[in-house]
Ligand binder design. Structure first.
Ligand code: ADP
Length: 540
């Protein structure tokens, strides 16, 4: 067979050639805009040529600090298209971490949304590699800034060449993008994506047995474009000619619901906290969500109660998936096998609430205390993965040695595998609760709590205990309507028949809100700190 390099530039070329009329719907600060792939193609080529003119060359890192919108999509292709490396910066990182990732990646230029300028202005004197800033704005006049030198995105484009040719003679293993994991401890870790990895991951997203992304979809990635490349959706959707709906800055659940209705979104993607928020909005409003064929949910465990609510009340089918920044990210996705369709509804839900089957192209191994675990749905072990879209190191980082060993990525996720090969995440290693030598899954308890009609959000953490070493404590946010009527005892009584006695939380603490990480997951570290002495000091 021919050995033709798989390149990111060729993904956009396909959209330009075969789907020039298809649209990208983009919300920015000034409103909702529509661009055809023909326009996006021309603007992207202009951007590559402009970047070249201001001194970006092959291999240079191009940073972005931006929401999900058309300009961010253009950079997704313009940087790799010219052989440079797209570095999507998480705009919710702390100042310290922003400085760290920009300097560590050695970004040469940074493209910034105008409303995010203060994030960079506050740290500009500590940046060691950046030679220019490009401001993305809908206004002709740039906002006041003390950054220097600055360019206007639109002005650069207007002066640039729309016939720019994407580089062809590029090694498919060359870097095309990079993303840092949001650090729970220490500095964020950098992951570099190759052209080949991005293209192959695009295939994986389009398989009928995975997300089945297709030309006929109208895809709205709610997951930020700085979180594992919005799960590869912008790349895959462009390649397939899929209509994209990019929800832009500071969106609300209301805005998402309105977009689903007005743009007839068929596929959308995000972390569970997004879907908990949207569910509340759907419960309160009156929206037509009948266009949706899949709500892709990953990043943390999708509570089965939430899946059920979406599917029964709103007829919005859920697709639970698992992955990591290190894995591009798609690793497993939960669908029923054809012969499971006749099972009772609850059994089917239980299967689909697990993280699912490994997607074609990857390999997995689950290592327990005595080697590979039995596929019995009981024995726990750490999930190891390898494959063509799995990173093989952290960028210039000695923590590579811990996670990448013997040709496998050690995920740090503890899982069980059932006799169908379906994996279930028990916990992140560091979130498991060790009670008197036995393990308790915080995920299972959270799942059960979030199935209670009064519970909006629940997060369960390990808290030090004088006798048992650690015990579970649940932090719960009640829905407004239940705030005065539901007690901790009610929730304990609800859990009791579902778990062994020693699994039940020692306490249930009510909060107004559960703190979130920079990518919208429950921030367990903060809850653990808050509750550190909860079971020692006699407060309980
Ligand atoms: P971060 O490390 O910044 O949170 P990632 O999205 O890379 O960002 O996190 C990957 C981790 O998220 C996985 O290792 C796993 O612990 C968790 N995760 C991802 N998807 C799921 C899922 N469907 N169910 C449970 N946990 C998940």
């Amino acid at each position: 067979m021919m050995n033709m390099p798989l390149t990111v530039g060729s993904m956009l070329e396909r959209a330009e050639k075969f789907f020039p009329k298809k649209e990208v719907v983009s919300r920015t600060l000034s409103g909702v805009h529509r661009f055809t792939y023909e326009e996006i193609g021309k603007r992207t080529r202009r951007l590559s040529s402009a970047l070249e003119r201001i001194g970006v060359s092959q291999g240079d890192r191009v940073g972005t600090l931006a929401w999900n919108h058309h300009r961010h999509l253009e950079i997704y292709f313009a940087a790799p298209g010219m052989g440079a490396v797209l570095h999507t910066i998480n705009l919710r990182l702390s100042q310290e971490h922003l400085v760290y990732v920009i300097n560590h990646a050695e970004d040469k230029v940074i493209l910034i949304d105008e409303d995010l300028l203060p994030l960079i202005e506050g740290i500009k004197d500590r940046l060691t590699s950046v030679e220019a800033f490009i401001i993305m704005s809908d206004n002709d006049e740039l906002p006041e800034t003390d950054l220097s030198p600055v360019h206007s995105y639109e002005e650069l484009l207007s002066e640039a060449d729309e016939s720019y040719e994407f580089v062809k003679d590029i090694d498919e293993n060359a870097p095309a993008g990079m993303c840092y994991t949001s650090a729970t401890t220490g500095n964020p870790k950098g992951v570099v994506y190759s052209h080949r990895g991005i293209v192959l991951h695009g295939f994986a997203m389009a398989l009928a047995d995975t997300a089945a992304l297709s030309e006929s979809d109208r895809c709205m990635p709610v997951v930020p474009m700085f979180h594992a490349n919005a799960w590869g959706l912008p790349f895959a959707a462009t390649w397939l000619g899929t209509t994209q709906v990019l929800p832009g800055p500071q969106f609300t659940p209301k805005l998402l619901a309105e977009f689903i209705e007005s743009e007839k979104v068929t596929v959308t993607a995000g972390v569970p906290t997004i879907w908990l928020g949207l569910l509340k909005e759907l419960d309160e409003g009156n929206y037509d969500t009948s266009s949706v064929r899949a709500v892709l949910c990953g990043g943390s465990a999708a509570p089965s109660g939430m899946i059920k609510a979406y599917e029964t009340k709103y007829k919005m089918p859920f697709l639970h998936a698992y992955g990591m920044t290190e894995t591009s990210p798609l690793v497993t996705l939960s669908r029923l096998k054809s012969y499971q369709e006749d099972l009772p509804e609850q059994d089917k839900l239980d299967i689909r609430a697990k993280q699912g089957l490994l997607v074609p192209g990857l390999e997995m191994k689950v290592l327990g205390a005595n080697g590979e675990v039995a596929w019995d749905g009981e024995e726990m072990g750490e999930l190891l993965i390898r494959g063509p879209w799995i990173a093989d190191e952290y960028y210039k980082d000695e923590r590579t040695e811990e996670a990448f060993r013997d040709g496998w990525l050690h995920t740090g996720d503890v899982v069980t595998v059932d006799n169908e090969g379906v994996i279930k995440i028990v916990d992140r290693t560091k979130d498991l609760i060790k009670s008197g030598g036995e393990w308790i899954s915080s995920v299972d308890l959270e799942n059960a709590l979030m199935a209670h009609e009064a519970v909006f959000e629940a997060s369960v953490v390990a808290v030090a205990h004088p006798e048992w070493q650690e015990r579970p404590v649940a932090c719960v946010v009640l829905k407004d309507a239940y705030k005065d009527t539901v007690s901790a005892e009610d929730l304990q009584a609800f859990l009791k028949p579902q778990f062994a006695k020693w699994w039940l939380p020692d306490d249930i603490v009510f909060l107004d809100e559960i703190p979130k990480t920079s990518v919208g997951k429950f921030l367990k570290r903060s809850l653990r700190d808050k509750l550190k002495d909860h079971l020692l000091s006699g407060t309980k």
